[in-house]
Design a protein around this ligand. Structure first.
Ligand code: ARG
Length: 472
């Protein structure tokens, strides 16, 4: 889809009577945006058809003129789709390219821009584009959630150490760890939905800055383009100056995209650690790894590394947009043309990362042996040992101190915590009884975790079932 259009050398620009000459060649090359905004062509045509429909309803176009404009635009759309349309940088952008070709083919095309400016047109096109983009993006995020849940479901029994400070902390089900990312992505979807809500407002009718003296029907255009609320009522911008210069919805999208990229980057980091020989918790299929040009033994998690790396440019895109808007006087300024490449790059980059991460997870398997060996570390249950003492009536702070002493003792004896005898326990503190050995039964330890949101056996199964059902 994202193929680069064929762009011939700049031709003399067609400009109004105000100018004696066209722009200098280097000015034309500097200011064109067709090389990247051509991808708004569908939205531009759709918006123009709605605008023309409204102009006819307002008596500005005859039915015949509307019909000619509509079929002219549809034919241009078919040409673009088929790769037959020649984009001209001399016509600056997608809006001028389509309108000027329409007018060349259809005389009534000269009436299309009535009551409209490129300023409200570009605001409209990007809103239409982003609305569709968010919908497609959201369904891919759902697929990534599914991939996470599926991987967890394939390995429900697997327990790994959970880490804080990248030091072994407490045991968790592998799927509990994955479900943490499912939760993050769910919040991401909420943010995208929120952004979509503010994107879904029609700016057309704002004109260049101050609306129009013509009897335009803004609500009709909004309805034709699906800018409606849940009850079908049209949603239009309420201030013409804000309508042409508002780019908040793009910034919101880039912010939501940056956070998604950060979530994916963290997941990538976990996968990179897990696939290393030091952890050895997972294997990634050959098709989703790469080799080294020199070291024959290498199998590298490049998909995860690139996903981690690409978050940098996505964060940069957000910073670029914020900086672009800061200090910009009202209303439209050509600076705003710089918004689209950043927006497109965030959408394209994050979507690819989401898609590739899901595919990689579908081709990832767990190595149960290494996970079990790591999860068998009895130190992971030191907190359970303190809880055991609390159950016997000891204050937690005292229990913390006592267990600390037990750990130090085990370390000095070079004995695993679960190999300390009942007598040794009792010698450290009399509160310990013979049932202390049961604390180190990992399976039982996981059964003991019954709080909502905890990594306990029943709770994790419940969460997996909840997500499986929700994701269909
Ligand atoms: N290509 C322009 C953009 O991307 C469209 C709006 C141009 N408006 C203008 N008054 N020059 O922002």
């Amino acid at each position: 889809m994202a193929r680069t259009p064929s762009i011939p050398a700049p031709a003399p620009v067609s400009r109004s009577g105000r100018f004696a000459t066209g722009p200098a060649a280097d000015v034309a090359a500097f200011s064109e945006s067709i090389s990247f905004d051509w991808r708004l062509w569908r939205q531009d045509i759709r918006g123009s058809i709605a605008h023309a429909t409204m102009l006819q309803a307002a008596g500005i176009l005859t039915p015949a003129e509307l019909a000619a404009i509509r079929s002219g635009l549809e034919l241009i759309g078919a040409d673009i789709e088929a790769g037959r349309f020649v984009w001209k940088p001399s016509l600056e952008d997608v809006h001028m390219n389509i309108e000027s070709e329409l007018t060349r083919r259809v005389p009534a095309g000269a009436k299309l821009h009535t009551g409209r400016s490129r300023n409200d047109q570009v605001a409209l096109d990007v809103r239409l584009w982003l609305r569709d983009e968010i919908d497609a993006f959201a369904s891919e995020i759902r697929l990534l959630q599914k991939a996470l849940v599926n991987l967890g479901t394939r390995h429900t029994e697997v327990i790994i150490p959970g880490y804080t400070h990248l030091q072994r902390a407490q045991p968790v089900y592998f799927s509990h760890h994955l479900l943490a990312y499912v939760e993050m992505l769910e919040r991401d979807l909420g943010r995208l939905d929120d952004c979509r809500n503010r994107t879904n407002v029609c700016p057309l009718g704002s004109g260049a800055i101050a609306g129009s003296t013509l009897p335009l029907n803004r609500n009709l255009v909004a309805r034709l383009l699906g800018f409606v609320d849940r009850r079908g009522a049209p949603r239009i911008t309420q201030n013409s100056m804000d309508g042409v210069s508002d780019r908040d919805f793009m910034i919101e999208f880039c912010a939501a995209g940056a956070l998604i990229a950060v979530h994916l980057s963290r997941l990538s980091e976990d996968l990179i650690l897990w696939v290393s020989s030091e952890f050895g918790f997972i294997r990634i299929a050959d098709a989703y790894t790469t080799g080294s040009s020199l070291m024959p033994q290498k199998k590298n998690p490049d998909v995860a590394e690139l996903t981690r790396g690409k978050s940098a440019r996505v964060i940069g895109n957000l910073m670029s947009l914020l900086t672009l808007l800061k200090g910009l006087p009202m209303t439209y300024n050509r600076d705003l043309q710089e918004d689209k490449e950043r927006l497109f790059d965030t959408a394209d980059t994050v979507r690819r990362c989401v898609r590739l991460t899901a595919a990689m997870l579908d081709h990832t398997s767990v190595v149960p042996g290494t996970c079990a060996a790591a999860a068998a570390d009895p130190l992971l249950l030191a907190t359970d040992l303190a809880d055991y003492l609390v159950q016997k009536g000891m204050a937690f702070r005292t229990a913390h101190h006592v267990v600390g002493a037990v750990v130090a003792y085990a370390e000095s004896k070079k004995t695993p915590l679960n190999r300390i005898t009942g007598a040794e326990f009792k010698a450290i503190d009399a509160t310990f009884e013979s049932d202390v050995a049961a604390v180190f039964d990992l399976k039982e330890a996981m059964n003991r975790r019954t709080l909502p949101g905890s990594p306990g056996t029943r709770e994790v199964r419940r969460q997996l079932a909840r997500w499986t059902k929700k994701l269909g």
